[in-house]
Design a protein around this ligand. Structure first.
Ligand SMILES: CCc1ccsc1-c1ccc(O)c(O)c1
Ligand SMILES: [Mn+2]
Ligand SMILES: [Mn+2]
Ligand SMILES: [Mn+2]
Length: 260
């Protein structure tokens, strides 16, 4: 699970490409566009412009049928792009994973269509802040329980809940590697981080209760109580004295490299 310098360089490239897809798609996310149109734009960009591979396409069983995940409103994750049109007030997570030169970059962000509700905006902001609080903790010697705890404590302080069934993950030549990175937990428990580890942190936070269910399409995960859910994801590298955010975008207000 410890990457060599050559692998780390490939992870930097894949992470940058994944971030660029999210930067590219932003202007297309507006009222009336369908999530399948967004999928097509991302697919063509990844394949034709980036000469990369969209990791979700045909991943898993049943094979995921599209190149990105689009999770709208009370969809927690793994939403399948469809002919569903976005409407005013919708919040949508677009989750992108690209494979370049054999290595994966995995990242997602929230977009809002038109003017979202104050409640939706707060959920989106708190979820991003919980990710940033976790990222700021990352350095060798920190444990996975410390990361989960800071996310859980912060989100729950707003009376939000943490989805438990899906988690972050090691990443590299494979989409999902050791370790599992849960978004809840107790301080000073779990695996110890080491320099050279690459993994994602991707908290899913519900405005209501934490419970989820999977729709008959065998992919789409929704909140049981139909409350809104938000998610943000970055691919991270543990450095000798901190962290490097491999999927950082230009619209973000956090440093790419954090040293302690
Ligand atoms: C669509 C890709 C997929 C299929 C089964 S789990 C999954 C997925 C989606 C987004 C992710 O960030 C991730 O790590 C896995
Ligand atoms: Mn992802
Ligand atoms: Mn992921
Ligand atoms: Mn959602």
């Amino acid at each position: 699970i410890i990457k060599t310098p050559e692998e780390i360089e490939k992870m930097r490239v894949a992470g940058k490409l994944a971030a660029e897809v999210l930067e590219m798609i932003g202007p297309h996310v507006k009222k009336g566009v369908t999530t399948d149109e967004l999928n097509q734009i991302c697919h063509d960009y990844i394949v034709n412009e980036q000469q990369a591979i969209p990791a979700p396409l045909n991943y898993g069983h049943p094979p995921f049928p599209k190149s990105i995940c689009t999770s709208v409103n009370h969809v927690i994750c793994h939403g399948i792009p469809s002919d569903k049109k976005l409407k005013d007030g919708d919040i949508i997570n677009i989750d992108v994973t690209v494979i370049k030169d054999g290595y994966h970059g995995d990242t997602s962000k929230m977009f809002v269509v038109g003017k979202p509700s104050i409640l939706a905006e707060r959920l989106i902001r708190v979820t991003q802040e919980s990710l940033y609080k976790a990222i700021r903790l990352v350095k060798p010697g920190v444990r996975l329980g410390d990361i989960g705890h800071v996310i859980q404590e912060y989100a729950e302080s707003f009376n939000y809940s943490i989805v438990r069934e899906y988690c972050g993950h090691g990443i590299g030549a494979n989409f999902h590697e050791e370790p599992q990175v849960v978004h809840y937990g107790r301080p000073n428990t779990g695996e110890v981080l080491q320099a050279g580890m690459c993994f994602t942190i991707e908290p899913m936070v519900n405005a209501g209760k934490r419970y989820s269910k999977i729709l008959p399409d065998e992919w789409t995960v929704v909140t049981k109580d139909r409350s809104l859910s938000a998610q943000w994801e970055h691919t991270l590298l543990v450095t000798d004295n901190g962290v490097e955010i491999l999927t950082l975008r230009s619209d973000e207000d956090i440093e790419r490299v954090i040293s302690h």
